[in-house]
Design a protein around this ligand. Structure first.
Ligand code: ZN
Length: 141
């Protein structure tokens, strides 16, 4: 396993706007503050969400939607660079009114309320490059 050494940078605490799109909001927040690498968590609630599951044989994402309000029980993610642009990668666990959960790669979600804790990482830029074996854009470390 290869790794790279980073130092902790700024911490950003934010409340994401009602009706905003979760992935875009985090991406824009990082871009506006010049944050190229970070790790973050989000908790809150969403009005709806579209999640992905990566089919490892077909090398493509399958998606499914949550069309009702859900708790955003746990969302973790990171910020890095993909094709020179700020890129946010999020995974989340969502619970319905009975506590049943659905989880996956977050493609998009409409925020009802969301609290973000973002930790900037300072050091070598984490850049995503296409990986032949998985078909994914992975960190080039
Ligand atoms: Zn993912």
């Amino acid at each position: 396993m290869k790794g790279s050494k980073h130092e902790l940078g700024r911490v950003v605490i934010a409340r994401l706007k009602y009706d905003s799109e979760l992935v875009r909001s985090i991406t824009e927040l990082a871009r506006e503050r010049g944050i190229k690498n970070a790790t973050f968590t989000v908790i809150g609630a969403v009005k709806r969400a579209k999640l992905g599951y990566y089919d490892q044989k077909r090398h493509e994402y399958r998606s499914f939607s949550l069309e009702t309000p859900h708790e955003l029980v746990s969302c973790i993610g990171n910020i890095s660079l993909k094709e020179g642009e700020t890129f946010a990668h999020l995974h989340g666990v969502f619970a319905d009114e009975e506590g049943n959960t659905k989880a996956g790669h977050v493609i998009e979600a409409t925020v009802f309320a969301a609290e973000l804790y973002l930790q900037e990482l300072v050091g070598p830029e984490l850049v995503r490059k296409y990986d032949e074996i998985t078909g994914l854009s992975l960190w080039e470390i």
